[in-house]
Design a protein around this ligand. Structure first.
Ligand SMILES: [Zn+2]
Ligand SMILES: [Zn+2]
Length: 242
């Protein structure tokens, strides 16, 4: 897919995916330099993804209260233009956003996990929405890793089950979110043997705010002896989205 887009771009020319300005001789066939600038990586805590003045392995919060995962990778904050793409994917099923966002994320991953687990919706919510945006992100991420990085990863979209219908997390603080999510997930018995003692698994979600959702799943994976768990998300929202 990557080379087709590159070739089509060279032959036909193209418009920026972000601002729709015509691209003329840019090295990136998807984004113009201004839009890429908005999406460029900034200094964060490597562990939790909090914005920092300079890059650190562990921020103060991660030292005093370490999250149950090892590293968090994201594309950026939950601001324009990223928030707009994520909403388009989530609420209007604009699947093409998943492809471009996953491709941006893929190039930021150092030693990517070979197993990707999308964070599921409860089946009732999924049947209303008709799809799970994290499934799309994980599938396109796997595709980008293969085409752009040469890494073969698997997506196990049925490995985690959401067993409780939770209230929307919007507007809740960290403590309320933890209560809301208690026992919200389980691991599918069909996947238990495969998950046990895996050296490296990544959870894929569209937006991570306080991290309480992914933390719940991490605890289940740790119980099964998973060694390293990373979190791959599009947006790391520093403040709860309201
Ligand atoms: Zn642009
Ligand atoms: Zn941190």
């Amino acid at each position: 897919m990557g080379w087709i887009r590159h070739t089509a771009y060279k032959v036909l020319g193209s418009n920026c995916y972000g601002c729709e300005k015509p691209l003329q001789g840019e090295t990136n066939p998807i984004w113009c330099p201004e839009c890429l600038d908005l999406l460029k990586p900034v200094c964060r805590c490597t562990t939790c993804g909090t914005l920092m003045e300079m890059p650190v392995e562990r921020c103060g919060g991660c030292v005093s209260d370490p999250p149950p995962w090892d590293r968090l990778y994201c594309v950026g904050e939950y601001n324009q233009p990223l928030s707009q793409y994520v909403q388009g994917l989530k609420y209007r099923r604009q699947v093409w956003h998943a492809r471009e966002l996953a491709s941006l994320l893929a190039e930021r991953l150092t030693s990517p996990a070979l197993i990707l687990l999308p964070i599921p919706l409860h089946w009732r919510r999924q049947s209303v929405r008709g799809f799970n945006q994290s499934d799309y992100l994980a599938e396109y991420l796997s595709q980008s890793l293969k085409e752009e990085v040469g890494v073969e990863s698997q997506v196990w979209s049925k490995a985690i089950k959401r067993i409780k219908v939770t209230k929307t997390q919007m507007g809740l603080n960290r403590r309320q979110r933890l209560v809301n999510l208690k026992h919200a997930f389980s691991l599918s018995p069909r996947y238990l043997a495969r998950i046990q003692n895996q050296p490296h698994i990544a959870l894929v979600d569209d937006v991570v705010t306080t991290g309480s959702t992914v933390a719940e799943v991490c605890l289940l994976l740790r119980e099964q002896g998973v060694k390293r768990i990373d979190v791959y998300c599009i947006c790391r929202a520093s403040r709860p989205i309201s």
